[in-house]
Design a protein around this ligand. Structure first.
Ligand code: T4K
Length: 367
């Protein structure tokens, strides 16, 4: 039997994409801000309800560039409970990550833990809207305002997420970074974007992602090559037509898990944030000591049956060799993140997951 993976990319019918490819073949414009790049940027801004989008080849390059664009240096306070690219983007800029523990309900950075970590070297906060659950953006902004810090959101999981007031979660902080990786709710194979609040910031980011070029002969910064190609942009344009339905279908998968897994002894489900328009990007369960087997035994039990659930995010970023020597990486300083990493298991969730397969996963979990 074919394994069931934690996710399976959603793709449009191939024949719908062929006319887009034909246009690329005809024009021979493959990259460097061609017409698909421009159209996708505009369509995406419109879809997401934001004013300025800069497309990137992936979210990691976008994070590195976001930090460059705001000239962030010194120390940045961030979460250990994320994908390693969050902290790596700091290291690529010679910035020291300072890990703050997470909130036990949302698993996002806990604003109450931040102030004690601020030093004269602190220049910014880099929170993650983990699993697409919005951070406490108001509390984070208050701290940033009090201490004159920038806020750069790693919004890799947050495509299409809207706050209680209906605004896009991407409009908070100084910059937000999206990922369109194959494993994300919305994919362009590889891809990412920076959402900026104004045209000047977008312009600086657009220079930085194109080697610092302003025109044929002027280079204003030590930029990088972070551009998205026409292939990825064309796919993104087409994917926008389907993503609404894909998110709806993910919602149905999540509802079914919640119905059938509610009340299983030793299993906790994350609270659904009230009033938030969600994207159902991940479905984490927290396996506690009262569950009939350990989290790792459950992971293996599912694997043996061809169900490839994943432990996002275990190990914590702060446990990897390049981070574990940092003073803020001490496990006893990060008890909530430690426990989440020990307990979490992300179950398969994607639009084409059949109810029969889902029921098989649930039955295996329930034993
Ligand atoms: N910040 C955060 C908070 C992130 O979560 C991420 C990425 C980033 C930043 C960086 O974004 P990018 O630079 O990637 O745009 C995956 C992804 O590679 C990574 O993008 C993602 N987070 C992370 C949470 O998950 P792996 O090592 O688990 O991927 P992999 O290859 O094991 O894929 C998982 C499953 O997905 C596979 O078992 C099968 C399925 N799959 C995967 C790929 C790549 C497919 O069916 N098709 C595919 O093409 O990291």
């Amino acid at each position: 039997m074919k394994p069931i993976t934690v996710t399976r990319p959603d793709l449009p019918p191939l024949e719908d994409f062929l006319p887009y490819l034909q246009q690329i073949w005809d024009s021979r414009v493959l990259t460097n801000s061609g017409s698909f790049h421009q159209r996708f940027e505009a369509a995406l801004a419109d879809y997401l309800g934001v004013s300025h989008v800069s497309l990137f080849a992936n979210a990691t390059l976008a994070l590195v560039t976001a930090l460059q664009s705001l000239r962030i240096t010194g120390e940045v306070i961030t979460t250990p409970y994320s994908f390693v690219a969050t902290a790596h983007s700091l290291m690529w800029n010679g910035i020291r990550p300072v890990f703050a523990d997470v909130d036990p309900v949302t698993l996002n950075i806990d604003p109450a833990k931040i102030e004690a970590l601020i030093t004269p070297q602190t220049t910014a906060i880099m929170p993650v809207h983990c699993y697409g659950t919005p951070c406490d953006v108001a509390a984070l902004q208050r701290i940033a305002d009090d201490y004159n810090l920038k806020v750069i959101y790693d919004a890799a999981h947050s495509f299409g997420v809207r706050c209680q007031d209906g605004s896009s979660v991407l409009t908070h902080g100084d910059l937000s970074v999206l990922s369109f990786h194959a494993t994300k709710v919305f994919n362009t194979f590889e891809g990412g974007a920076i959402i900026s609040p104004d045209a000047r910031t977008k312009q600086r980011i657009d220079h930085l992602k194109n080697f610092g070029f302003v025109n044929e002969t002027t280079v204003v910064a030590t930029g990088i090559n972070g551009k998205m190609s026409e292939f990825n942009a064309a796919l993104g344009l087409l994917q926008l037509q389907h993503v609404g339905r894909a998110i709806e279908r993910r919602g149905e998968v999540e509802r079914h898990y919640r119905e059938r897994l509610a009340g299983v002894p030793g299993l906790d489900l994350l609270e659904e944030p009230s009033g938030v328009t969600r994207n159902h990007s991940y479905f984490p369960i927290m396996v506690g000591p009262k569950f009939r087997i350990s989290r790792d035994d459950l992971y293996q039990h599912l694997r043996d049956a061809g169900i490839l659930a994943r432990r996002y995010f275990y190990p914590l970023i702060s446990e990897f060799p390049m981070y574990r020597g940092l003073p803020s990486a001490r496990p006893d300083l990060l008890p909530v993140a430690q426990e989440a990493a020990r307990r979490v298991l992300c179950l398969p969730i994607y639009p084409s997951l059949s109810q029969a397969d889902q029921d098989r996963i649930i039955d295996l979990i329930k034993g």
